[in-house]
Design a protein around this ligand. Structure first.
Ligand SMILES: Nc1ncnc2c1ncn2[C@@H]1O[C@H](COP(=O)(O)OP(=O)(O)OP(=O)(O)O)[C@@H](O)[C@H]1O
Ligand SMILES: [Mg+2]
Length: 243
């Protein structure tokens, strides 16, 4: 990934986001390194999606610094950030339901103007995600699990250095959650991963480090074993079930 050793892939300093009188994010400091898998957890409305929205150019921060792969992210559009190697998926799947799976992928590919993905790599991703048999189906007619895999494919063709996943197992059945966890473990070979989840199994099995947001503030940052037994995290988010 051409990152000097010990230089973070992503570095965020004193980042704040305000909606009217509400601080959705309040002076967040955060770093992640290439090849690290970061988990982000926290109660509903704690600012997790807002964090990804700011980092991927959807919202403008009130103040703060954001640096990705040694370049400032401030003022960059989502498309410029994609060109830099930063991609994300959405909490609710965003695909073109009335177009075929193939067309959805073709449209996603258009976003990368230069250095398109090689045909070998493209075929490898299609096989890996088991999308080849459903390429001609309309995207609205495939299962949610297949739609989530399609969304992954639509980002992988953009050759991300970092993929930010907003609740990748939301709405999936238990067996599909298991399959998705396995896919995300394998995804680590292709890019760095930042994952927001309420399903702690995903966090336990995938994350090297976990960041906890509560009411827009980062209240903990550390390895999963430490975070999931942190008394404040249990009291204010997890409850006793995960302790
Ligand atoms: N576009 C917006 N305009 C105004 N307020 C917003 C907007 N987006 C988010 N908010 C508010 O910002 C706060 C953080 O919301 P956010 O969606 O980031 O939470 P979250 O941690 O992702 O929650 P969840 O786990 O339910 O997805 C909430 O109070 C939410 O109502
Ligand atoms: Mg959210």
């Amino acid at each position: 990934m051409n990152q000097p050793i010990n230089t973070p892939l992503l570095s965020v300093k004193e980042l704040s986001l305000r909606f009217g009188g509400l601080y959705a994010l309040n002076k967040i400091n955060f770093q992640m390194h290439a090849n690290e898998t970061l988990g982000m957890i926290g109660p509903n409305g704690s600012g997790k999606s807002s964090f990804v929205n700011v980092l991927t150019g959807h919202f403008t921060p009130l103040c703060g610094e954001m640096v990705f792969a040694d370049q400032s992210m401030l003022g960059k559009s989502s498309n410029q950030l994609v060109e830099m190697g930063l991609c994300r998926t959405y909490q609710a799947v965003r695909i073109f339901g009335n177009l075929s799976v193939q067309k959805n992928i073709d449209i996603a590919r258009l976003l990368l103007v230069e250095n398109a993905i090689s045909s070998d790599q493209y075929s490898q991703y299609l096989d890996w995600l088991k999308l080849t048999p459903i390429l001609t189906k309309l995207a609205k007619d495939i299962t949610l699990f297949e739609q989530r895999k399609l969304e992954l494919m639509m980002r992988l063709v953009l050759k991300p250095k970092l993929l930010m996943l907003d609740e990748p197992v939301g709405g999936l059945a238990t067996s599909e959650v298991n399959e998705m966890i396995q896919l995300l473990k394998e995804l680590k070979a292709y890019c760095s991963i930042f994952v927001i989840e309420h399903t702690m199994r995903v966090i336990k099995e995938l994350a090297d480090r976990v960041v906890v947001l509560i009411a827009g503030e980062k209240i903990a940052d550390g390895p999963p074993t430490e975070i999931l037994t942190n008394q404040r995290v249990i009291n204010e988010y997890l409850g006793s079930a995960h302790a």
